[in-house]
Structures are given as C-alpha cells and as structure tokens.
Design a protein around this ligand. Sequence first.
Ligand SMILES: Cc1ncc(C[n+]2csc(CCOP(=O)(O)OP(=O)(O)O)c2C)c(N)n1
Ligand SMILES: [Mg+2]
Length: 792
Amino acid sequence: MLRTLEGGLGRKRMAADSKLECLRALERKVLWLSTWMIHNANHLRPNRDGLKVGGHQASSASVATLMTALYFDVLRPQDRVAVKPHASPVFHAIQYLLGHQTRDKLERFRGFGGAQSYPSRSKDGDTVDFSTGSVGLGVGMTLFASLAQDYLRLKRLMPADDPAGRMIALAGDAELDEGNIFEALLEGWKHDVRNLWWVIDYNRQSLDAVVSDRLFGRIDAMFEMMGWRVVTLKYGRLLEAAFARPDGHHLREWIDACPNSLYSALVYKGGEGWREHLGRDLNRYPGIRAILDDHDDDALQRLMTNLAGHDMDSVLTAFRAVEDDRPTCFIAYTIKGYGLPFAGHKDNHAGLMNLDQMASFRRNMAVPDGAEWEPFAGLDLPAERLAKFLDGVPLAGSGARRHDAALVAVPGSLPVPRGAKQSTQEAFGRLLGDIATSETALAERIVTSSPDVTVSTNLGPWVNRRGIFDRAERADTFREEHVVSAQRWAMSPQGQHIELGIAESNLFLQLAALGLAGPLFGTRLLPVGTLYDPFIKRGQDALNYACYQDARFILVATPSGITLAPEGGAHQSVGEPLTGLAQPGLASFEPAYADELAVLLRWAFEEIQREEGQSVYFRLSTRPIEQRQRKIDPDLAEAIIAGAYWLREPGPDAELAIAYCGAVAPEALAALQAVAEDIPGAGLLAITSPDRLHRDWRAARTHGESSVAERLLARLRPGAALVTVGDFHPATLSWLGAVAGNPIVPLGVDRFGQSGDIPDLYRAYGIDTEAILDAAARACLTALPRITTRSP
Ligand SMILES: Cc1ncc(C[n+]2csc(CCOP(=O)(O)OP(=O)(O)O)c2C)c(N)n1
Ligand SMILES: [Mg+2]
C-alpha cells in the first residue's frame, strides 16, 4: 500500500518536474523571440523614415517568466487578461508558440499590418482580451470586467455551470502611480468584486527612473485594506537555499535593506559588483564568506538576481495556491531587462541591444543563424517533447476566445414623450422610464451606470423601476422608514443600474467592460452611461480607451454648454462636440427636440449592436423648449439620423440659411422669423449631428460622391450666406462653409462661461437671436455681390 502511494507520488513529482523543464525551456524561447522581434524591427528591417521603431526589450524580459507561467500553465479559456502595454512582444511570442500568431506578423512587429506595439483587441484580433497602451487603464478594466461578469452570472444571463473566468491584469509597477487604479480599487471594494488577479511586475523601475523604496510598503497595505489578498513573490529557490545556509539570514537582511537603486545598479554591474559590496558589508560572517567562495562571478550574479518573479517554480506555486475567488494582488519581484546585457540599468526602458550585444545574447541562447524564428531552436529539450507539451496547454486548443452573442431585438419605434415644452434631458428620462415598464428583451438587457449623477441626469424613472444592482439584497432604508422620496433605491442582483462613485474614468471603464460583455462573456448588454457633459474630459482617456477596443455603449451627457446657465462656468462644456466629431468609434448627436431623441435613441440601440457599428454619444440639455407638433415620417427619421434636415425649407434661390444645433433652436427660429420680411426664402437647417454630417461629407469627398450636407446646401442659391449657431465651440460647424463654398459666420462659445440666466448668457457669448441676426447681416454682406447681381 505504502509502496503504491510512494510510486504514485513519485510519478506525480516526475510529471511536475517534466512540466517545469518544459516551462523553463519555453520561458527562454519567449525571452528570445520577444527580444529578437524588437531587434528585427529596429535593426534588420529596412527603415524608410529614419524614425526609431522601438519596442521594449527590458520591460519584456521582466515578465517573461510570469507570462510563460500564466499562458502555458495557469490560464483557462474563460480567463481574460490585460497585458501591460510594453510586454506586447512577449504576448505575441507566446501566441506564436501556441500557434495563434504568424511569423509574418512577428517579422512585421510595429510595422503596418504587423503585430501591434501594444496588445490591441481591434488590430491584433482574437487573442487579445483587453487592449492596453495608456498605462493604468488596462488594469482598471479587469476590475470592471469582473463586475460585468458578476452582473451576468448573478442574473443567470450566463450558464450557471460554466466556471467564472478570472480577470487578470499583468501590470507594470509604475502603473500604480495612475490615479485611475485607486479610483477603481475603491469602486471594486464597494461592489465586492471577485475573480480578479493583479500581477504586478515589481521591477522597481518606471520609464525614467528607479521607483521609490518606500512606495510598495504602502501599496500592499492598501490592497489589504481593500480586502485583497496580497501575495508577495520576493526570493527564488536559489536565494531561499542560500538563506538557509549558516549566516544566510544576514544575506536576506542585506538584500531586504538594499535600496532599489543600489540593487538595480549591482544587477547591471554583475558578479564582481556583488562580491565587492557583500565582501565589504558582510565579510565578518564566515557563512557569507563561504557562499561567496562557492560562487564564481556568473554564479553569484545568478544567485543575487534570483528573484521569485524569475523563478518558474516559485511563480507556479504562488499562482496555483490561489483557489478561491478573493481578489488577489501578486507583487512579483523582478528585474527589468532580466537576462539581457542592460538588466537593472535605470536607463533601459527604451534601450535596445546593439548588434554586438545581440550577437552575444544569441550565443547564450544557442540560436543558430537562420533559425531565429524557429520555435524550439537552441533549447535543450527535444522539439517533439515541447510541441507535445504546447498541444496540451489549456489555451492551445480552446478555439476562438471571442463569443458571438445573439442580437437583442429593438422595437420599430419608441413613443415620443408627451409635453408641449420639455428638455432633451427630460425626454431621455421618460424614454428610458417607458422602456423600463415594458417586458421586452430591450428592457432586460439595458444596464445603466452613472458616477453619482443618476438622479440629476434623469435616470431616476429607469432606476425606480429596474432597481440598483448589488451582489446582495439591500433594502431601501428611507422607504422602509416611510421617509418620502421620489427615488426608490432598493439593491439586489436583479437591479439594472450600477451606481458608481464620482469618478468619470470608472464610468468609462465600466461602460467599456459592459460594452464588451458579448464578445467576452457571450451575452450582449446594452449599456447606457450618464454624466455631466463637461466631465467627459475627466474621463476622456478612458473614453478613448473604450472606443479603441470597440466596446459598444450609449453615453448621455447632460446638462451641457452654457445653457446650464446658473450652474456657472466651472460646469459649462465647450469643446465636447469637437470630441464628438474627432473621436473614432463614437457617433455623436445633439438633438433639440424630444421626437428627434426618440428616433435617435432607438437607432442607437441598434447601432451599438451592428457588426460595423459604433458607440453613441448624446449631448443633451436641461432647457425646456417648445416642441414641434408633427409626425416624424421615415424620411425625416432618416434625415435626423443622418445629421440634418430643413426645419424650414429654403425658398427657390434662397440667399440665406441659418443652421442651428441643439438647445439654441428657439433663438434660431426667432431669428428666422425676424429675417423673413427681408429675406423671405431664408431656410432653417436643423442639425442633429455635426459629427455624422462631417463624416459623411469627408467620406463622400474621398469617394467622389455627393454628401448629405452637399445635397442639403444645394437647395440654396450658390454663394448664399450661412450662419451656424450652437452652444459649443464654433469650429463644430464652421466647416460647413467649405461644403459648397458658402460665406459663413459661425457662432458659438469659445471663452469660459459664468453664472447667469439664458438671455444674459446667450447675449454675452453671442448666440442669442440678435447675435444670429447680426451674423446673418454680415454673412449676407459678404455674399452680397453675387446676390445683388441676381436680385436688383
Ligand atoms: C498614461 C500613460 N502615460 C505615459 C505612458 C508612457 N509610458 C510607457 S511605459 C511607462 C513606464 C512604465 O513603467 P512600469 O509600469 O513600471 O513598466 P515596466 O516597463 O517597468 O515594466 C511610461 C511612463 C503611457 N504609456 N501611458
Ligand atoms: Mg516597472
């Protein structure tokens, strides 16, 4: 019996040892391929523009062990990973070894059509779970992805039997300087996130310098405070063995006390440097002298750099030990540039090995000339054994990582909110409130989120009906205590609103994660996020990040512009419509009327689900305005979606048009009425989307077709005067003058605002009726020569 047990244990140990051998061999290959990929891009590919191509050999070397352990052993198909941006070469090397990346793309790393500099969902394809690039955001993204996964699982929108995936960030240590990390951590604590791993590549170096020693003493405490488990991987097996020798604890104490900068410098100097310092500081201990005597310079360097983050056995043990779903932060001590000639040098972030250094590295790696891209060249294990090992890796044969999620049906129309006078913000609240009362698939899959402006952006009606999401059932205390309130805030796993603290960056990461629920988890969600328009800027990098990875969501920004009048200059947005114009992956709209919003919101729910679709941004207002009494026919609906229509058709040979967008509609209408006597054919162009109009115009120009804007302006006499007006930067619409060569006076806001009421502010900033009339007169004056020749 005992013998069988021993036999079983022995076999298990042999299998573990064999696995470790394979992983160690592959770790060498990953280091080689990532380094070679960068070398090839910089030194061997023709360079046509004289720019340094770059790549991060040192940052890559730092995570070769951690990533080899994860991708070839620890990860399961349901796990999702954000890899620190500058470890892209390691990531691509690993995918290449798994057969998921081509040699051609590696050879074109950082070249057009090649593997991307930083892992990219949209450009690198299926293997990338989360794009990274702007440090900190990928890390935060994993936390919100975990929340998105919980949202689906707790509602049973995912098969309950499927194991939950771990959302994993492989983070650089300097990423923890980014504020968004801390914003996310707090939010994660509030929502009790699970299944989250942050593996920190603690190489104690950033881009410019060596990281402060005192920082991480605080950082692990902070994670623990947030309920995380912190696993520190500090020393590898070799060092642990040395510490166990007589006097070995003095060596441990010496390293523990060694400042980051000295440690890094000695790593760079190598065996001789260590010997000198250890000899000086610890020579009085015979055990230390013995250790120094037992190691030649190379062996001493190997020993002193044997940090746990480079010790495969230690790394695997640490990862495998975590079996529950508690969020876990692994602080893995590593060396930037480990195994490369500039290991530890503080300037190595952008450093590239020169030709001589590469030649010597190649000798160490035993890679023959011409075999640089061979998966197993130079390794001391047989290729067949490694190939077989790779075939058995859980990620190898698991098929596509991205799910195809079924579409959510959207009704043919949304009822127009009633009310002779209303604002677009009110209309938005009612539209969602209406959907909330319906038993439709659309209502089931909408999830809203807001950074503490749920009520003030009018999500109240939706939340009252659909509830707030929480892992646990929590009663609405005010309601239970019979305190009267318009808001019902009961929380439960059934809730469909994720309430966030005031951190706009978190909102965008949350929208990004919810907006990728389909491809990540197989069930589509239709996220709607609300915030005040000016605070888009606070989270703009995260918004860009969300769009960059083609996450799909609806953003409702309200109130906006100087139209929020008494709120004052600190809250008045000016440039956001330009963001709407410029941001790829985001269609932006600024409707004036409730019926336009009803058309657009319906369209948006379809657009965010279309294969080639995009996210949608609505810039709304709190200004109640007189509504149009009309029925929107399909042609008008199409025009509203395309970006513009004639609210007042121009007469034949019209000499003037006023084009307005958004909440200034009443001023534009009043101005039109005022000019009617002098210029009876003047037209009024209602613009619902400067962005869509502009995109269409540019695309049509490129393809030699006619654009929506051209067709609309063709209704005017050639050279007719144009006045554009909106509560935003005038450049948002000034390009319209170039469409058909109309003389144009663009009105708008290009200064900081201040408190006031709408008449005062519109006057002061030149977007009131009078300003429009002045502008019309000026524009007509410019257009006059041509106009007068036609109308004596
Ligand atoms: C938001 C942002 N700011 C600056 C950069 C430029 N940058 C790229 S890597 C880096 C330092 C990263 O250091 P660390 O996270 O420790 O990674 P390591 O290379 O040491 O692994 C910086 C500042 C960036 N990519 N994103
Ligand atoms: Mg670092």
